[in-house]
Design a protein around this ligand. Sequence first.
Ligand code: 13P
Ligand code: SF4
Length: 345
Amino acid sequence: EEDERTERIEAALEELGDDVVILGHNYQRREIVEHADFIGDSYQLSVEAAESDADYVIFGGVTFMAESADIITDEDQSVILPSMEASCPMAGMAEALQVDAAWAELTAATDEDIIPITYMNSYADLKAFCAEQGGLVCTSSNAHKAFEYAFERGDKVLFLPDKHLGENTAHRLDMADETVEWDPWDPEGTDAEEAVENDVILWEGYCQVHERFREDHIEQIRADDPEANVIVHPECRREVVEAADVVGSTATICETIENADPGETWAIGTEIHLTNHLQRWHPEVDVVPLCGDACMDCNAMRQIDPNYLTWVLEELLAGRERNVIEVAPEEKELAQVALDRMLEI
Ligand code: 13P
Ligand code: SF4
């Protein structure tokens, strides 16, 4: 069955030729990444989307990534997400309406300038909001540069939606003592006057996959093999990042394994599909999942089923564009400003 589907995908791609480019995030299944023209982290894929001149950009990833591709590509290019169900839960943790309410409270509590930074894992309306308030977008590979950009222009940062990436970045910049969490789910719990006494205000959002890695997973790996190296994604909790040998975006994880010496052991603290790809791509390195058998699988990424990829391609051949991701024009322009600021830093 897989062979037949592969043949159908290959036949459709051959016929569509240069009209189509397939972008695959590092967390996509093997059956998707093997058809991708580019595989990478969310920053690299946004650069590829910006540089591509294909009529159709088929995005193997989640909604916020496809939205960003739509913002960055030209008017006459269409971005297609093979499943409309592929939505990152973390992106849904900072709704623009909630952020508006928090912003009103925080800005009323201080005369100093707050600059909002949103992680790429957020929807276009929030990116537009950040641009409007002088802020920008970042990914896990450039969050520290986004902080530097913000502190050159303002006094405080509101970081959304991932509190762990925000906290890990504050540590990297020696600002750990100046952070506070803002919990929009508990209006009694966060006082705006107190929050603005800090330089970095962290929105209470997190990734349901990365939050499950624990320090004792690292202790167990090291107890089993004292020579093992540990690399984790910055969406992991602070104590996990602190205990690891290396922290980095999915692109950094890939580069680290590419450059590892044969025979080295690397335990990977990120979504399981990337760990599986790295095992296949680098059999000379001993690549193991950080959490043993516990399945760190991203449900949102998993929604991109190869059958859906086949469907959107065959529909294109029949002249029908399915699952086109289109950001509302009023948000598009501003969200583009926030993304361009990121691409420039
Ligand atoms: P990267 O930016 O490292 O690709 O990560 C995206 C993501 O969704 C991580 O969970
Ligand atoms: Fe979202 Fe986490 Fe999945 Fe990344 S791994 S897409 S942050 S839920």
